[in-house]
Design a protein around this ligand. Structure first.
Ligand code: PLP
Length: 371
């Protein structure tokens, strides 16, 4: 089976892990944690990094740090991974959903203002599948309405907006280092911020709220959201390769585009977008299966599976699912969710495999119709 994603781990990760094991510092104290925080923040052009145990914890920690609580509302896209909504819910606040942009699939900035009320406290733009949100528009709305911005960069390590790295725009930005992410630490996450006070508060809050000058004194209720030295050791080795990974993912995207553009031209599929102002890192190269193709997304997935090609359906629009069910319609998010497919985008894949996958898609589509 050609996997949709797989980690690319090497000798350096192994050497670092051996160092950690030999040192005995396998929990959250140890040299790699601070080093990883500093290096990752620097890579993203942000002043401070606060590592945590996963991306969901990063979002929760950011929201808590900005004092988001019961009675507040937080604006998020309808089409994202459930963690974005859940982190808001953990604080007692209510996620308020906004439909997708028709061109690049992230939150539609033109539909944000109509959702702002007196209770709105923050916006969480999500850089979906590696493509940046339109950050000028999002930041402008936040400025006018005095709202916090928390960037969800779980799928966007190294992605750019107008030449600047995502994660450097919001008040706090959150990353995930789960195994299928561009770089991984197994499980893991990071909050970045240019605000020293927020960084200090996050460091205390991730450590059970323990006062940094007075051991075992707790000024507020915190969490155990710490990253381990083992995770950070892998993270540092991965970070060295991040630019190489991005280059490869962009190459894979180019191969897919070359192979599939003919089908896009015929209106049968739509390929991963890249707006003029964005540098997509193609965390997962994606296509939409248009009605005109005569095959459903699910049938295509089934047939690709028979050819030993793993694919992933797009997320469901969150308000379609039981915990957040609503009668409100989010037509674009729902359409994307029905038509969208993530193709294998692992950095280990070569040109022949991308051709094999693309040929598989073309063959399946051709067999059902005359193209
Ligand atoms: C958009 C988005 N936000 C948040 C998360 C949560 O990250 P984690 O799985 O590390 O908790 C993920 C990924 O899994 C994600 O894709």
């Amino acid at each position: 089976m050609i996997p949709v994603a797989e980690p690319d781990l090497g000798q350096k990760e192994l050497d670092n892990i051996i160092k950690v094991v030999k040192s005995g510092w396998i929990s959250s104290k140890g040299e790699f944690v601070t080093e990883f925080e500093q290096q990752f923040a620097k890579y993203c052009e942000v002043s401070y990094g606060v590592s945590v145990c996963n991306g969901t914890a990063a979002l929760h920690l950011a929201l808590e740090t900005l004092n988001v609580k019961k009675g507040n509302e937080v604006i998020i896209p309808a089409l994202t991974f459930i963690a974005t909504a859940n982190a808001v819910t953990y604080t007692g606040a209510k996620p308020i959903f906004v439909d997708s942009d028709p061109e690049y699939w992230c939150i539609n900035p033109e539909r944000i203002e109509e959702k702002i009320t007196k209770d709105t406290k923050a916006i969480i733009p999500v850089h979906l599948y590696g493509h940046s949100c339109d950050m000028d528009l999002v930041m402008n709305i936040a400025r006018i309405h005095n709202l916090w911005v928390i960037e969800d960069c779980a799928e966007g390590h190294g992605a750019e907006y107008k030449g600047r790295k995502v994660g450097s725009f919001g008040d706090i930005s959150c990353f995930s280092f789960y195994g299928n992410k561009v770089i991984t630490t197994g499980e893991g996450g990071m909050c970045l911020t240019n605000n020293k006070e927020f960084a200090e508060k996050m460091k205390i809050m991730r450590n059970q709220g323990m006062n940094s000058n007075k051991k075992y004194w707790h000024d507020f209720i915190g969490f155990n959201y710490r990253m381990t030295n083992m995770q950070a050791a892998i993270g540092i080795a991965q970070l060295e390769k991040l630019d190489k990974f991005i280059k490869k993912k962009r190459q894979i995207a180019k191969w897919y585009r070359e192979e599939l553009k003919e089908f896009e031209g015929k209106g049968l599929i739509k390929l991963s977008p890249e707006m003029a102002w964005a540098r997509n890192i193609y965390w997962m190269y994606s296509i939409l299966i248009e009605d005109k193709s005569g095959i459903s997304r699910n049938d295509l997935m089934e047939k690709l599976k028979e050819k030993e090609i793993e694919t992933r359906p797009f997320f469901y629009s969150i308000p379609q699912m039981p915990p957040y069910r609503s009668n409100e319609k989010f037509p674009l998010a729902e359409e994307l969710s029905k038509k969208g497919l993530n193709l294998p985008t692992s950095c280990k894949l070569g040109k022949e495999t991308i051709e094999q996958i693309s040929n598989g898609i073309k063959q399946i589509m051709r067999s059902g119709r005359k193209v």
